[in-house]
Design a protein around this ligand. Structure first.
Ligand SMILES: NC(=O)c1ccc[n+]([C@@H]2O[C@H](COP(=O)([O-])OP(=O)(O)OC[C@H]3O[C@@H](n4cnc5c(N)ncnc54)[C@H](OP(=O)(O)O)[C@@H]3O)[C@@H](O)[C@H]2O)c1
Length: 271
């Protein structure tokens, strides 16, 4: 079985998990539109994959006001786009027991990149996917989250909070699309510790210390999960944590909303 989408907009494709996803998707016949801030990395990916199979568009997703025009440009150039994979992320270490070390600008930036920009990108592509889904095309958003959304890691407390926010958004929009009978896939990749650039510059991390799952193995397992049709692909140690803390939540959100609608009539529905 192969990856179920043919043209993927991959946000955060210049290193780590995103770059490896791009490099494993292209040989499967998937056209990858790679996005990140580093133009040189985008250029070398496209040069290696070939322009028939890959494209690169530079964007700083923290520039929220640029997202609508970015989305229009992508949709105009790639009307056959069928998957938006929201993988970008940043992670900052901070310690509130030493508040003088906490940089509020970093908190804001982390929340913007990991959450607000994901919401803004989703918002920008929903009308396009609604039209495609109404025509019977299979389309999906995929989001990269982490085991830390369920079990916050105190060293990266704001990162954990930003991903918890993203996960809450994911399970709610999934229910909204289902309720509106709009068959737009909302998929999630729940990630354990993986060897990437995410922790570069953090205390103790360096060329001799970057533990976690090798990125090639992680991406192979992830793509196997999506090829099998899984809505949530949780890999390695992240699977045990997801199953313990999140699986039941995902099952209950829809029925709980239905019960509230039943009890409250029109109060809590947009119908
Ligand atoms: N590695 C782990 O242990 C781990 C664990 C759990 C979850 N994750 C998640 O996996 C995802 C990928 O991270 P990674 O581990 O592969 O780290 P990475 O190697 O640092 O890659 C991060 C990617 O995000 C992009 N990005 C960051 N800020 C951006 C911005 N403002 N605008 C556009 N693109 C931006 C980077 O591109 P540019 O720098 O070129 O902009 C890069 O392509 C993230 O969502 C992360 O939270 C990773």
């Amino acid at each position: 079985m192969a990856f179920p989408y043919k043209k993927v907009l991959l946000i955060g494709a210049t290193s780590g998990i995103g770059l490896e996803l791009a490099e494993q998707l292209v040989p499967q016949g998937v056209h990858v539109i790679a996005v990140g801030r580093r133009q040189d990395r985008l250029d070398s990916f496209v040069a290696k994959a070939g322009e028939a199979k890959a494209s690169g568009v530079a964007l700083d997703i923290a520039a929220i006001d640029k997202i609508p025009a970015f989305a229009k440009g992508i949709i105009d150039a790639h009307p056959d786009l069928d998957c938006v994979f929201l993988n970008a992320g940043v992670q900052y270490v901070m310690d509130f027991s030493k508040p003088q070390t906490v940089d509020l600008a970093k908190i804001q930036h982390e929340m913007t990149v990991n959450y607000i920009s994901m919401v803004a990108l989703t918002h920008a592509f929903v009308p396009f996917f609604q039209e495609k889904a109404a025509r019977g095309d299979k389309v999906a958003f995929i989001y990269t989250t982490t085991a830390l959304m369920s079990l916050p890691y105190p060293m990266v407390l704001n990162y954990s909070a930003s991903k918890a926010a993203l996960h809450a958004f994911i399970i709610s929009i999934r229910e909204q699309f289902k309720h509106a009978r709009q068959p737009i896939g909302v998929l999630e990749l729940v990630t354990p510790l993986v060897q990437t650039e995410l922790h570069n510059g953090q205390p103790g991390w360096g060329p001799d210390f970057n533990p976690g799952m090798p990125v090639v193995d992680f991406v192979k397992a992830s793509l196997a999960g999506f090829a099998a049709g899984d809505e949530t692909v949780a890999v390695g140690q992240a699977k045990a944590i997801f199953d313990e803390f999140e699986a039941e939540k995902g099952r209950r959100v829809g029925p709980a909303w239905a019960a509230i609608r039943k009890a409250m009539g029109k109060a809590h529905t947009f119908d």
